[in-house]
Design a protein. Structure first.
Length: 321
């Protein structure tokens, strides 16, 4: 049986659940945050199954979603081959998120065209082919979406890592930001890296050819501090005031502090207008501060997102120009 679409009357006759307007895959370990975020946005949850949450309404931007299934549909099946044929009739590339009947789901995925999963090389273009997502809802029913918010399988961006030059793994957050927004600094740009030690973000920025003014109370790794594009200043990140810096191309801040203090500081930079691109990490100690997320989201041009490389923190990006 190769059914790609069933009208609502037929759906009720064969016992298929209501089709969600969108399905959200929560960032691992942050299922409660995503459910709360969806509910406080006024969305009606039709189901929650492990990290998957379906809403009656269509997709919205959700900070704690690792991937969003934007056009979900139920597809009845009678066999493994029939399931694979139904998916292939829609498009080529599919990623399984398995929630039950794991062996049967794996056999269906194995019958689909192989999706190459080589680590993404930083700086290379995003995949352009649509990447669909699906799960086995029941033994004879698929839930699938050909369109997703991420072009990576289940929203997981795995990079070809540099295991030697960066002093820690924080550089992966910056690689992911630049990959997702499709923009990055380069030669001629002046970047401020606040709270920079031991230098993972400074290493990325200098590697792109930008000039970096790096500030922290702790030192940079020696091989990063010696880079001719890097000027290091020992001191508090919050002592750097926009009224003294002049125009800055990019501001980066990965300081561990309370979200309210970070917001007050970043608000100065937004209001000053001296910086056109801002990227900072909002770190949570204990409970997730949704009020802080709201405040940052309301800043002009701002977008909050939970990166695949983030832990209990989110990344805020503002691109004024």
């Amino acid at each position: 049986m190769n059914v790609l679409y069933i009208n609502e009357q037929k759906q009720r006759q064969v016992g298929i659940p209501d089709c969600p307007g969108a399905v959200y895959l929560a960032a691992r370990g942050f299922e409660a945050e995503l459910e709360y975020e969806l509910r406080r946005s006024g969305l009606e949850l039709l189901f929650r199954r492990e990290r998957l949450m379906g809403t009656r309404e269509g997709p919205i931007h959700a900070v704690w979603a690792q991937n969003i299934w934007q056009s979900p549909r139920f597809i009845p099946i009678v066999s493994i081959a029939g399931a694979a044929a139904a998916l292939k009739a829609i498009q080529r590339n599919w990623a399984l998120y398995s929630t039950l009947e794991h062996r049967r789901a794996s056999l269906i995925q194995e019958a689909l065209p192989v999706v190459r999963t080589k680590p993404h090389v930083f700086g290379s273009p995003l995949p352009t082919a649509p990447m669909g997502a699906w799960t086995l809802w029941s033994r004879d029913l698929l839930l699938a979406s050909p369109a997703c918010s991420s072009s990576f399988a289940n929203g997981e961006i795995h990079f070809a890592e540099n295991k030697h030059a960066p002093p820690n793994r924080a550089y992966l957050k910056l690689w992911e930001v630049f990959t997702r927004i499709g923009r990055m600094p380069g030669p001629g740009d002046l970047c401020l890296d606040l709270g920079s030690s031991p230098g993972g973000w400074t290493w990325v920025l200098a590697g792109l050819g930008a000039r970096v003014f790096s500030v922290d109370k702790a030192p940079l790794a020696a091989h990063i501090a010696s880079d001719p594009l890097v000027e290091f200043c020992k001191g508090s990140a919050f002592a750097v005031e926009p009224r003294f810096t002049g125009n800055v191309s990019w501001l980066f801040c990965d300081v561990a502090c309370y979200p309210e203090r970070l917001y007050s500081y970043i608000r100065k930079w937004v209001d000053s207008g001296v910086c056109t691109h801002l990227v900072c990490t909002i770190k949570f100690a204990g409970k997730t501060d949704f009020t802080a997320i709201d405040s940052f989201s309301d800043l002009s041009g701002g977008l909050c997102m939970h990166l695949f490389a983030n832990k209990h923190e989110i990344t805020w990006v503002s691109l004024v120009k």
